[in-house]
Ligand binder design. Structure first.
Ligand code: GAR
Length: 228
């Protein structure tokens, strides 16, 4: 059997679903929620700049004062708003504040790019079917914290990442796209995480475009049904 090396993973990863429809996706106004580094946020900006995603990030909301995503947003000239969860008595109060910021920037899709907070129905109801999350495992396997470590402990040979629509239960909701990443014999959590992130950066913008196309199609279908 041929052993895979770390360099092989870009060619050996599988992405589902395989392609996008020909219909050009609509122009999207994205609000990004992030808690940390923000490499997925930067990857989305790169896809927009490359013309692969017809969208604009109108605001970044972050909950941790030291999150590097704030620097990334500043460098890109995108407003970044700190909503420190410690300042709110309840999760609902925090989500209410998030909704207010997103609305004030006329966001239509909410992109959870490393957002490490549980969401409440308040946020979900404000953007029905329009909140997407990325998670570093092939859901429904290994939801929650430390997904990469969970996969290593379980001894799976393939893990990956998932973009899904957000529902109330953590890391649940309809799956938009996944990429598979092989676990190598000498993997550490750091090495595996780094290879998963390469795939996250590839699929997140594809998944946003696909979800927007699906939503647009559904809207057109329901419009034609109500006209008839
Ligand atoms: C990503 O790997 C993402 O999958 C994970 O946080 C990381 C953020 O990286 N999200 C979760 O675990 C959510 N359950 P980034 O800040 O460099 O984009």
């Amino acid at each position: 059997m041929t052993q895979l090396s770390a360099n092989d993973t870009a060619t050996h990863c599988l992405i589902s679903p395989p392609g996008l429809h020909e219909l050009p996706p609509p122009e999207l106004r994205l609000g990004v929620l992030a808690s940390g580094n923000g490499s997925n946020f930067s990857a989305i900006l790169a896809a927009i700049a490359a013309g692969q995603l017809r969208a604009e990030v109108t605001v970044v909301v972050y909950n941790n004062p030291t999150a590097k995503v704030a620097e990334r947003a500043a460098a890109a000239g995108i407003p970044a708003v700190l909503l420190d969860h410690r300042a709110y008595e309840t999760r609902v109060a925090m989500d209410q504040a998030i909704v207010a910021v997103l609305r004030s920037h006329r966001v239509d899709w909410v992109i959870m790019a490393g957002w490490m907070r549980r969401v409440t129905q308040r946020l979900i109801d404000a953007f029905p079917q329009k909140i997407l999350n990325i998670h570093p495992s092939l859901l429904p396997s290994f939801p929650g914290l430390a997904a990469v470590e969970q996969a290593l402990t379980a001894g799976v040979k393939i893990t990956g990442c998932t973009v899904h629509v957000v529902e109330l239960e953590v890391d649940s909701g309809p799956i938009i796209m996944q990429a598979a990443v092989p676990v190598l014999p000498d993997d550490s959590a750091e090495k595996l995480q780094a290879r998963i992130q390469i795939q996250e950066h590839r699929i997140f913008s594809l998944a946003i475009a696909l979800a927007a196309q699906q939503a647009q199609k559904l809207a057109q279908q329901s419009e034609s049904i109500s006209i008839r």
